[in-house]
Design a protein. Structure first.
Length: 264
């Protein structure tokens, strides 16, 4: 990790973030700082608070306490759509595609959020509306090429193999040109070759678009080879954080997660 990365102001911060469900504390006093272009892994056993953290950051849940900041601006209680407009995009554990739309239309729908045009402008064929539509399509096709889906652009999303559907979700998330991409178990259900291709894709997205990435993942090889920093959760608390080597060397982490049956 370069000195410029270490000295840069945080892109994302959580401070004392907490969430309880009917008295059960799902996340406690969580804090993390993610910088521009950084790739960070979040690991931990099932039920450790990883997805709760993602839902709090992206506005799908409201915290019991604490705050979330994006480039120093509080985004704690904003709705998901507004969080997305400010620069955070995410995927989910299960694919959430527009099944009956084409692959291109799925990405185009997201790209048009970045290149909006008015309905009257579209209906009248005004130059600004045409330019916005073309810019959105250019963005969508660029991302399909980068994710290896350009030859399936006209297929229905429902017809895609599972691994291709996961990549389509990532392309759609990237179509809004986020500053931070949050991936919730992107390698779940993928074979070894697909997982390797996924790691290469994430690295390419970071390099091409200067996007920061946070990855929740159970595939330890993916996390340790891809991420520059790893944070470990257990029972809603941070129990370790550091480089992949530092996390792997932590006795507390190994006892809580890496060396347990839950790591599968």
């Amino acid at each position: 990790m370069g000195a410029d990365l270490l000295s840069a102001a945080p892109l994302l911060e959580t401070r004392d973030l907490a969430k309880s469900f009917r008295g059960l504390r799902a996340l406690r006093n969580h804090a993390i700082s993610v910088r521009e272009r950084e790739i960070v892994g979040i690991i931990g056993p099932n039920g450790s608070g990883k997805s709760t953290l993602f839902n709090l950051v992206t506005g799908f849940l409201k915290p019991t306490a604490g705050a979330v900041y994006l480039r120093g601006q509080a985004v704690t209680n904003l709705p998901p759509a507004q969080v997305n407009r400010l620069g955070i995009a995410r995927t989910f554990q299960g694919t959430r595609l527009f099944a009956q739309l084409s692959v291109l239309e799925n990405v185009l729908a997201a790209a048009q959020l970045r290149h909006p045009s008015s309905l009257p402008g579209v209906l009248l064929g005004l130059p600004a509306a045409r330019a916005a539509r073309q810019a959105a399509e250019n963005t969508a096709r660029e991302l399909l090429a980068l994710t290896g889906l350009e030859h399936q652009a006209n297929l229905r999303a429902a017809s895609l193999p599972y691994g291709d559907g996961r990549r389509l979700e990532i392309a759609r998330a990237m179509a809004t040109r986020p500053a931070l991409l949050m991936l919730d178990e992107p390698a779940a259900g993928l074979n070894a070759g697909e997982t390797q291709a996924l790691a290469q894709l994430i690295g390419s997205l970071r390099d091409r678009y200067s996007v920061a990435v946070i990855v929740i993942e159970h595939d330890m090889d993916l996390v340790m080879n891809l991420c520059e920093r790893v944070q470990v959760l257990a029972q809603g608390q941070v129990i370790g954080e550091g480089t992949p080597a530092e996390v792997q060397a932590s006795v507390r982490v190994r006892e809580a997660y890496l060396g347990s049956d839950d790591a599968a």
